[in-house]
Ligand binder design. Structure first.
Ligand SMILES: Nc1ncnc2c1ncn2[C@@H]1O[C@H](COP(=O)(O)OP(=O)(O)OP(=O)(O)O)[C@@H](O)[C@H]1O
Length: 470
């Protein structure tokens, strides 16, 4: 991967897994954004599995979004094949049938013998040793993919833990825990009936967790690693993970930490002039890659439309939000990574985990509501020890709240950043004209939506035969 040394979190996790810690305890890793947490868990898992002799699903990494899962899969894909391990993806990027064919190995057809997909006794095996998944698609496979089993799972990684614990996501966590409990009845009897036929006498003996205070008594367990830059330390939330003597690994005394080389600035302006200030700031930043965060998908769309109506700013600006289709988002992300787009206007879909090389600046167009959000947004820059800047546009009444929020991350003083008033003045005419055009654009979008809506309604009211003709 071109890396010459490990980052501190990677050394620390190695010590607790492959090193003297020997995976004896489950790990709760709270380390700043961009500090290299992905490789911190990928390396020991790959190292540990490198000596496996039978291919089955041994490690599961769960992430909250598709783009994040794709990113993490790339990290595993860079190191796992070297030791003969395969990595799979279950995120719903392709059809479920395509995904199943990637994850489950079908028996080889012998001459004259037809494979019956409904036959539960035929031999189905995992094609992957490591699976990176989002909770929804994981549940789809657990519930209905023949041959998909967590029976042999040894390692579970819950990345962006606080985000994943916030929502139930079809109860994926209790399901996974239940299915990986030893000597316990499975939630899914169908899955069990496969096991005996699929793997015959193959049994996975999970590592034994020695119970402290009960010398010599041990029980097999699934090893867990949970991570975030803002890891919850609320015991009632962490209890859901059923951790084994959890060890908290953290970088500083405070729960919230910003990257060392991040500079934070505040830019004070009137609310109605924010787009003007934003454009002036973007012009100052020139060609540097930049992410602008807004508070909602709607304001992301409006702001991006407005910026693109400003006339030729010499900057390619695109929208990235949860309102868009996944294919559109992935395309935009690709252009941003390749440098064909300089500015992404984003809702919080981009906030967590995304790792794009060369992002020098983050701009909070809307003040984040929580320090956690600030940390994840700002953390899209100043990654891997690089320098970066985070600007927050504020109304003067928001300054106090902002200061109080950043104190939680030990950031006492946030300097002012000002853009020259001459830049603001020179942009006024373009701003007024862009505002006028925005109104027209919004109206035409709304009427298009209405038309599409009524067409759709008409279509769904017509008889099926008419529809076919149409
Ligand atoms: N040992 C290393 N040397 C140099 N660069 C590294 C090393 N380890 C990881 N990186 C790079 O650091 C960047 C950040 O890594 P990663 O995405 O794992 O951070 P993270 O801690 O998971 O951040 P976040 O909390 O935002 O998800 C990536 O671009 C990765 O390639």
């Amino acid at each position: 991967m071109g890396f010459s040394s490990l980052f501190p979190v990677q050394v620390a996790v190695w010590q607790e897994t492959i090193g003297p810690g020997a995976f004896e305890r489950d790990l709760c890793i709270n380390s700043p954004t961009g500090s290299g947490k992905t490789l911190a868990y990928a390396l020991p898992i790959v190292q540990k599995l490198s000596t496996r002799s039978v291919k089955c699903l041994r490690a599961l990494v769960v992430l909250p979004t598709r783009d994040l899962a794709l990113q993490v899969k790339e990290v595993f894909a860079a190191i796992a094949p070297a030791v003969g391990l395969s990595v799979g993806l279950a995120v719903g990027q392709s059809s479920i049938a395509d995904e199943i064919s990637e994850l489950i190995k079908r028996p080889k057809l012998e001459a004259g013998i037809c494979y019956d997909p409904e036959d539960v006794t035929c031999e189905l095996q995992s094609s992957v040793d490591i699976l990176v998944a989002t909770p929804g698609r994981l549940m789809d496979h657990i519930n209905s993919t023949k041959g998909f089993t967590l029976e042999h799972l040894c390692y579970l990684v819950v990345d962006e833990t606080d985000r994943l614990l916030r929502e139930a996501y079809q109860s994926w966590l209790p399901t996974v825990l239940q299915l990986t409990q030893s000597n316990e009845e499975s939630l899914f009897p169908l899955a069990n009936s496969f096991l005996s036929s699929t793997f015959g006498s193959l049994k996975t003996i999970r590592r034994c967790g020695v119970e402290r205070g009960f010398k010599g008594k041990s029980h097999p367990r699934l090893v867990k690693m949970v991570l975030s830059a803002t890891l919850t330390q609320d015991p009632s939330k962490l209890a859901q993970l059923n951790l084994h003597h959890p060890l908290l690994m953290t970088t500083g005394k405070r729960r919230y930490q910003l990257p060392e080389k991040l500079e934070s600035y505040k830019l004070i302006c009137e609310s109605n002039l924010r787009p003007l200030y934003l454009v002036a700031l973007l012009q100052e930043l020139g060609e540097e890659k930049c992410i602008v965060f807004t508070s909602s998908t709607e304001s992301t769309h409006r702001l991006c439309t407005l910026l693109n109506l400003f006339g030729d700013l010499g900057i390619k600006i695109k929208e990235y939000s949860g309102l868009q289709r996944q294919s559109r988002r992935s395309k935009t992300l690709k252009s941003f990574r390749e440098g064909k787009v300089q500015v992404l206007v984003s809702s919080d879909a981009m906030t967590r985990g995304m790792d794009v090389q060369g992002v020098r600046n983050v701009i909070n167009y809307d003040i984040p509501a929580y320090i956690k959000t600030y940390i994840h947004r700002a953390g899209r820059t100043a990654r891997a020890g690089q320098a970066g800047r985070c600007f927050t546009l504020l109304h003067k009444y928001e300054v106090k709240r902002f200061k109080k929020m950043l104190q939680k991350a030990d950031n006492e003083s946030v300097p002012h950043y000002s853009v020259p008033s001459s830049s603001i003045e020179s942009l006024r005419a373009a701003y007024n004209s862009a505002l006028g055009k925005l109104k027209e654009t919004v109206e035409s979008e709304a009427s298009r939506k209405r038309k599409f809506g009524s067409k759709f309604l008409k279509l769904s009211r017509t008889k099926p035969t008419d529809r076919r003709k149409g």
